[in-house]
Design a protein around this ligand. Sequence first.
Ligand SMILES: [Ca+2]
Ligand SMILES: [Ca+2]
Ligand SMILES: [Ca+2]
Length: 297
Amino acid sequence: MRRITMVASGTACLASAVLGDPVPIVNPGFETINRPLAGGEQSNGAGGAGVELGTYSTFPFGGGVVDWSNPVIVPGWQTRTVPFGSPSQILAGVLRPTDVGGDPFITGIEGDHVFAIQAALAGQDTGVLLRPNTEYTLGFLGGISRFDSEYFFSMSLIAIEDGVTLPLEGQAGVTRLELGRFFPPGGGADGLMRRYEFSWTSPETLPAPLVGTTVGIHLFGSDGLPRVLYDDFTLTAVSLDACPADVDGDGELTVFDFLAFQNLFDAGDARADLDGDGSLTLFDFLAFQDAFDAGCP
Ligand SMILES: [Ca+2]
Ligand SMILES: [Ca+2]
Ligand SMILES: [Ca+2]
């Protein structure tokens, strides 16, 4: 996460990288599923107090008994029960809507799988350092199954301190940066996945508790079965710094900016992550040089 990796080849995309790149999300569309859990295994394999992740066959549509005989692991995402919830009521997992009894359960997903969640929390730590003066935009497909009583989505952009194993609100070391709540038109329960997004801009100087944190996503499931559905997450970070090469902030580009940049780089400071990929590499030096050559407005 804070590793400094030197990359020796390739110089593509540096100009746009200074303006901001997608923040990588593991398994953003829930298309990757791993082995079934062994009998009696309670964790989703992602660490911490995980809950089972079911396949479509474990979600009874229109009533029935939950069958955990075929749970899967969804790489990149971690889950747990809500603090006030009962473990026996947790449902979080992957659906294949085309297999749900021929019912017009949900439409408009990307790929085969969609994430369904109820009475549980789910989250992901991108491992990308939070940067100052940067606009983060989180987008997703959200839908509510037909004939349902649920009517909104709720999720957060979060900052995660080093060493936190569960990237979820309510955990020590996890700070909510922005809450996104969305109310689909017409009450929502129409079985149609729609695109939503919201943004948050970090301050020019990060407050102490946020320095060294990484950016993450937190989801809250509904109280229904399996009613709130998510797919295809995207997260972008766009630097609002008009002159990123003026590292010492004196309004001019001098050799002192190079020295200041090198100091930030050596200290593992997120401000040196000029290409915004979450790690400090040779590409950040190249991005600095690019920005330096481009000059200040
Ligand atoms: Ca998908
Ligand atoms: Ca300067
Ligand atoms: Ca970088």
